[in-house]
Each structure stands twice: as structure tokens, then as C-alpha cells.
Design a protein around this ligand. Sequence first.
Ligand code: PLP
Length: 431
Amino acid sequence: HMLMKKPLPADSLHQHHAVVDPKQLIGEALHQRVEAIDHEVCEPGDEDTFYVADLGEVYRQHLRWKKNLPRVKPFYAVKCNPDPQVLRLLAGLGTGFDCASKTEIEQVLAMGASPERIIYAQPCKTNSYVRFVKSVGVKQMTFDNADELYKIAKLFPEAELFLRIMTDDTSSLCRLSMKFGAAMDTTEALLVLAKNLGLNVVGVSFHVGSGASDPMAFYKAVRDAHTVFQQGRELQFAMRTLDVGGGFCGDTFEQMAGAIDGALDEFFPAGCNVDIIAEPGRYFVSAAFTIACNIIARRTVEDPTLDGKGYMVYVNDGVYGNFSSIMFDHQHPVGKILRRAGQTLYDTPAANPCCSGEGVEYSVWGPTCDGIDRISESTRFHSILDVGDWLYFEDMGAYTKCSATQFNGFSNAHDVIYVCSEPGAQALLGL
Ligand code: PLP
């Protein structure tokens, strides 16, 4: 037996000073880790699923944001991926943070971010958390109903309130407006109540739904927000900030940014004395994280409709783990081959799935005993995969690790190996 090489230390920041191809950097980190494992003798857990995070990608998204939405200050939605190095980088880049709970607020404050850089963007808050945010000086928070206003009047009347309005979220991946947001025919009454309770409304927020695909949704929401700004000003509120929420995706960002920019020019033109903020989550992290999973078991399926033979492969992560995004975030992650029988294939044509009708068919299953724990119903590869081989999945940074459970006793504390493909980010991170 070969001795197992020591796996790379978890959560360590790898130093890369040269400007390198991000794919190459990620590939090296994946390979180093996987090649250090001797599957014949390794300890339980040594072959666990792990991530490679390229902080340079987060940095590039920041530059892209500044280029396309220079007037809008992002408050990163921590819920999407509270990775400590991502938060540290964004804090260094000067973003704000959208937090939904006491834990998220504590995590951001512990990094040295000032309370003014936080918005507690949860319209239905826990009483004790409201007392907590008051004690630490986090004043900005959202509301969308009368009961919440009574709560805030009792617990934190000095809070700086954003009225969250309902949006048309029919085009988005994860709809939110059935749960949150004040309908436009209720906003005036809510503002009057806030006034009567002596509260301090400072702005309007909305969220067009996570993974939005219709730029018009942003346009209409900005237009509605403008109506509510006017209502607030008539009631002598000092309306100063518009929060355009999250929902931005990497693929369609420029298009969405264009719609927002146009709407801002029309309803909140430069010089109108309104600050614009946003709460992007997936935009910053989705493409920055790649996950690698080990094939732990295989079942051969004899099926004449499958040209003879197909396989069910079982990997050591699934919908109860980091692939929770399949259930909660409507994702369809597609695996590629990282290593096959000692051969590393990352980022080669042979790593990619092939078209229907070609190659061998696989269904990819998670490690728990539940039948719904399936990552993919059908993926075809030109290769024969077996136990001990590795698959990798890209774009796994959003709504994955944060919503993984420990169902069936599987760990949800997976290692993250950090790389950084941007010198600017390296400098900020002190590398
Ligand atoms: N802000 C709020 C209030 C949210 O509920 C969410 C996601 O659910 C976000 C921001 C982040 O959304 P996204 O990741 O689509 O940008």
C-alpha cells in the first residue's frame, strides 16, 4: 500500500502572485487534493467532498458591478454564502452587508465592518434579535406590515426603516413575493401608521425574486418605489435610500443593470439626493466555487433501452448536502469528470458530458438512504466511471453549503481550498 499523502490543509489561503488562468489555478488545487488521497487506505472522511473557491472571481464580479452600476452600492446578501474569506474580501472592497439573523450580523461585525454597513433585511424579525441589533447599533431594517411596525415601535423606535414593496417576481427562479412585500395599495396606510407611531422611515426596498430573468421587473419595481418615495415625503419622512434588492445572475447581469440604470435615470436621476443600494447574493459567489465529489458506489443497470448497459453512480454529496440547491434553488448541476482511474481530466474535452445518444448513460445519486437524493437523472460520458473516480461541478457557490444538512450522519462541514486568480484581491487579502 502506498502511504497516503497528507491532504492540503483546509481553509488555507494559497499564495499565487502571478496572474494565472483561473481554470488552471482551480484545476491545480483540485488535482493536488485528490491525488494526495489513496482510496485504498485513507481514513474515513479523507475522500469527502470539498470545494475550491477562487476569490479572484468574487473580485472580478465586484469590478463588473462598479463598471455597470456605479451609482449602486452592493450590500452582499450573506445568506447566499457566508464563507468567511468571501466576507473578508468584500469587506475589504467596501461593500455593505444584507443580514437576515443575529448570527450573520455578528459574523459581519466581528470582521470589523461598522454597523452602518449592515441592513437587517428581514421584514419579519425575531423580537430578541431586534433588541440585539439595537444594542450593537445596526439601525437599518426593512418592514412590510403593520404588526412589524408595532413591534419596532416597542423595541427599537429609532430604527431606520425601509418599506419593502411587493414586486412582480413571476420570471424569477425563487419567488419571494408570496411571502414578503407590501402591496402598492397598502403602502400609504403603512406610512401613515409609521408616522403615528413616531417611527423613522428612510427608504424603500424590494426584491424581484432570486435569479430574476425579466429586466422589466426591475423597471416596474423602481417605478413603484418612486411612488412610495413621494408618499413618504408627503408625510415628512426624510426619504434618503432606495434598495433595489438582489436577484442578479452572472449570465444576464449587464441586461438587468441596463434596466435598473434606465429606471434610475427616469425616477431617481443623479443629483436627486437619494442613495441607491442593492442586496446581491448569487451574483458575487455562484461561479467562484467548484465542488469535487467522490464516486463511492456504482450499480450496473442492464437495460436494452440504454444500448445494453448504464450505471447508477453514488457520490458522497447530494440534495441533503451541498446539492441542497437542487431543492431550494431550482438548480440542475451538471457533473464533469475530474479524475478517472488515476487519469486527471479536469477541463479537458474528455471531462465533459456528451450528447444524448452518445457514450454511456449515468444517473448520479447522493449518499443518503432517501430516494429523492439524486443529483442528475441522466448524464452521458464517453468513459466508464467506477468507484474511486471523482466528479466536479462548477458554479456551486450560491445557496449550497449554507443550506446543507447532516441528514444520515453525513458531515456538512466540508473543506474549502482557496485560490486567488486576481492580484488585486490578493493584495486586499494580505497574500
Ligand atoms: N435580499 C433578500 C431580502 C433576499 O431574501 C435574498 C435572497 O433570498 C437576497 C437579497 C439575495 O438574492 P440573490 O442571491 O438572488 O441576489
